[in-house]
Design a protein around this ligand. Structure first.
Ligand code: BES
Ligand code: MN
Ligand code: ZN
Length: 504
């Protein structure tokens, strides 16, 4: 992994070396600390020639003051400070981090005229720096260079870490806020690692071992094997797994930070560590992307990490169904009929519609065992959700308006955006089957919706939401805080949901 930056918080001081980052509000307005870097009107003249007006996302390099030993002075525009929300501060951290491509030592001065930047905002900037610095380069033995051949230089993984000192009005408050937010950022990066990891390195067994590590944070982790799942009657999940020699696992993670008698909230993730499509095989082109078909399970694992690391005052269950959907003489065939743990039978008309089969048993298990306040499942479930929504919103399906509303709002705040999709009996009947209680595919149309209807048949009356993250968890467009193929989508969203509604 790229070397993780070291971040600390301090009061305002003029550093002797390294770089200095200053912030400017609209019209290039600088705080009082900036005058320490300008004995005359240098900034004013520079902003004018460089046409810098402090617009959000803009930046300008200034000359370091005469006689100073610092290497670099950068001014970053943030626009109207009062208009900045939680996500904007995180994004600002990403923008600042992007200024430094090589290992560096930098002071970031959070000082503006008239407004004070609080501890929470300073912590968001720090988290943004961490998320921006994330790279998936553990398998690169050579550093990329301009001609693409690679040099014998050390790779980024060996590089020494950047050091950022965030100077602010209340460093103690910032440090405290960051103690929580760093846990969330780590959860996001754990989810990214899991999704980026290739399937030869990360199958169901290896994934379960990563989840087991959460015990170090105080999470209770149980791992069920095929044998135990057979006893439970999980014929839908096991039918998917039967074509792979790599086994299947159901991992149950519990974080009990709430009151003992409080019902838990539950998160369930699709963890298909590779999806070939099985006998209904996928085309070769782009199949490598199916190493990310465990994005839902990764988000749930990352979320459990985040909640435990920041010691959330809530009882939370995370369950992930881990299988590989492989092709093999023993693989399930189109037309096979399996019996799910619920007792309902399923005609498997397409072995590539496997995620819903895994989730059917996982949802039923969670509902039976925990009777949770709600269940939210995450899954890279359908290509159709990308046709409908593109890559900037995940699909939201729910049987409960309050839960759907809270999720949508958390999506706005974290900018892990959701768009609610319709459900109903007209769609539900599309998955009725002649030969069994249901079939695992609908018709040609509304593929994401019929998938959701299928899942709903395994949730009964419990408030439930399904997030189809096929377009948002992987192949993610780069942005200020996410630069790799895997975004870690869902961790910040659900951490925010728990924080706002289910703690204390
Ligand atoms: N894992 C895929 C969905 C997917 C596709 C995720 C592309 C990310 C990118 C899922 O298991 C699948 O194959 N779904 C099928 C369903 C169909 C057979 C009804 C699909 O979307 O084509
Ligand atoms: Mn599939
Ligand atoms: Zn799949």
């Amino acid at each position: 992994m790229a070397t993780r930056p070291v971040i600390s918080f301090a009061r305002y001081t003029t550093p002797k070396k390294g770089s200095v980052v200053l912030l400017a509000a609209e019209k290039g307005a600088l705080g009082a600390v900036a005058s320490g870097y300008d004995s005359g009107d240098t900034f004013k003249r520079l902003f004018s020639i460089a046409d810098f007006s402090g617009k959000a996302g803009s930046s300008v390099d200034a000359l370091t003051p005469h006689g100073s030993s610092i290497d670099r002075l950068v001014v970053i525009g943030i626009g109207k400070p009062a208009a900045l929300k939680e996500y904007d501060w995180l994004k600002l951290g990403g923008i600042i981090g992007a200024q430094f491509r090589k290992p560096t030592e930098a002071a970031i001065v959070l000082d503006l005229p008239e407004v004070t930047i609080g501890g929470a905002e300073a912590a968001s900037i720090a988290a943004g720096i961490l998320l921006r610095a994330y790279a998936f380069d553990k398998y690169k033995t050579r550093k990329d260079d301009a001609d693409g051949k690679g040099t014998k230089e050390k790779t980024a993984a060996d590089a020494k870490p950047s050091k950022f000192t965030i100077q602010c009005a209340d460093p103690a408050a910032a440090k405290k806020a960051f103690a929580s937010l760093e846990g969330v950022a780590d959860g996001v990066m754990l989810a990214r690692d899991l999704v980026n990891e290739p399937a030869n390195k990360l199958g169901p067994v290896e994934f379960a071992a990563v989840a087991k590590e959460l015990e170090k944070l105080g999470v209770k982790v149980e791992v069920l094997t095929e044998k135990e799942m057979t006893k439970l009657g999980m014929g839908a999940l096991l039918g998917v797994a039967q074509g792979s020699p790599r086994g299947a696992r159901l991992v149950i993670m519990q974080w009990n930070g709430g009151k003992a008698k409080d019902k838990p909230v539950a998160f369930i993730g699709k963890g298909v560590t590779f999806d070939t499509g099985g006998n209904s095989m996928k085309p070769a082109s782009g199949m490598e992307e199916m190493k990310g078909d465990m994005g839902g399970a990764a988000a749930v694992t990352g979320l459990m990490h985040a909640l435990a690391a920041r010691k959330a005052k809530a009882n939370v269950v995370g369950v992930i169904g881990l299988v590989e959907n492989a092709v093999d003489g023993n693989a399930q065939r189109p037309g096979d009929i399996v019996t799910s743990m619920s007792g309902q039978t399923i005609e498997v008309l397409n072995t590539d519609a496997e995620g819903r089969l895994v989730l059917a048993d996982a949802l039923w298990y969670v509902n039976q065992r925990f009777e949770p306040k709600f269940m939210i499942n995450l899954a890279t479930l359908t290509g159709a959700i990308m046709v409908a929504l593109g890559q900037n919103h995940a699909g939201l399906f729910s049987n409960n308006d309050e839960l759907a509303g809270r999720l949508t709002e958390a999506g706005q705040v974290t900018q892990e955006k959701l768009w609610r999709m319709p459900m109903g009996p007209d769609y539900d009947k599309l998955i009725d089957s002649k030969n069994a209680d249901m079939k695992n595919i609908g018709g040609r149309y509304g593929g994401s919706i019929t998938a959701a209807q299928f899942l709903q048949r395994f949730v009964k009356e419990t408030p439930w939401a399904h997030l189809d993250i096929a377009g948002t968890a992987m192949g993610s467009p780069s942005n200020e805080i996410s630069q790799t193929w895997a975004s870690g989508f869902g961790v910040r969203l659900l951490d925010r949901l728990v924080r706002d509604h289910y703690e204390g």
